[in-house]
Unconditional design. Structure first.
Length: 278
């Protein structure tokens, strides 16, 4: 087992600073997960992971990334510390997956929550908002979010491929945002306003190759959220599934990329600025 510690400073002026969240910049948890994967030096992609976030980091904060990694099993056990306080921990396994291109298709289903409504509800703005709109499946009691073609931060070069692949952490962030929208709507239905969900835990398994982007820039990535619950107006939970309901090469329609759960604490929403609500 190899252990190492890396110190780093949360950058000031990063692309997410004005997007997550406006007037209350907090480093996104998924970017901590991405930093852990890249700093491990093991390469490859998450097969499974579980991460817990105990406190937030802001631009300019100093932190330490401490982890043990075992090879060749590529198990990662990491924690993020700041001022001797535990910020987050993450455990999972990595593998070098063979990526299979898929053509991708866009459906024409009418959304239940439009893109404009998503912009008004979701506290993320600009390049960090990954949800386009929401569809509702009353029969299966799920809400489906359609993710937008994500900006540059959410793409990375696939090893041994002349193409770009969705970063796994971008898919996770998209799922978190869809779950947050479902929680916000559930809170509104209960008469609770001005509360936003902040990620505190996620865990799940990546079950299939990651979708490539390039010739399929307009291809849909879908997120189902089910079993959403608000507990004591302090915490929200839900199950998430990331998938494409269109056939991919050698796979059946509706192949699942990821399946897991998300937990969020509820906090007062920061006052929106004019730019954030435009």
């Amino acid at each position: 087992m190899q252990a190492k510690t890396t110190s780093f400073v949360i950058p000031v002026g990063a692309f997410w600073e004005e997007c997550h969240f406006p007037d209350l910049p907090l480093m996104p948890g998924v970017l901590l997960i991405k930093a852990i994967r890249e700093a491990s030096g093991l390469g490859g992609y998450w097969e499974n992971l579980a991460a817990t976030f105990r406190r937030a980091l802001k631009p300019g904060d100093r932190a330490q990334l401490c982890f043990n990694s075992t090879s060749p099993h590529t198990q990662v056990d990491a924690r993020v510390m700041a001022d001797d306080n535990l910020v987050a921990n993450c455990y999972g396994s990595l593998s070098r997956k063979e990526l299979t291109p898929w053509p991708g298709t866009v459906s024409t289903q009418t959304p239940a929550v439009t893109e404009k409504q998503v912009q008004a509800l979701l506290p993320m703005t600009g390049t960090f908002r990954l949800v386009r709109d929401l569809l509702v499946n009353n029969h299966q009691q799920t809400t489906t979010g359609r993710l937008v073609v994500c900006p540059d931060w959410a793409h990375e070069t696939a090893p041994h491929e002349r193409a770009m692949v969705w970063a796994q952490e971008a898919l996770l962030e998209g799922a978190n945002q869809v779950a947050a929208l479902v929680m916000i709507k559930a809170l509104a239905f209960s008469g609770v306003a001005n509360q936003i969900p902040v990620l505190t835990r996620l865990e799940g398994v990546f079950e299939a190759n990651l979708p490539l982007v390039g010739n399929a820039l307009e291809a849909e990535i879908l997120v189902d959220v089910s079993a959403c619950a608000i507990r004591g107006r302090r915490q929200g939970t839900g199950k998430v599934r990331i998938y494409s309901h269109f056939p991919m090469a050698g796979q059946k329609p509706g192949q699942t990329f990821y399946e897991g759960s998300v937990t969020a604490s509820l906090m007062p929403a920061p006052q929106p600025t004019e730019a954030a609500t435009a």
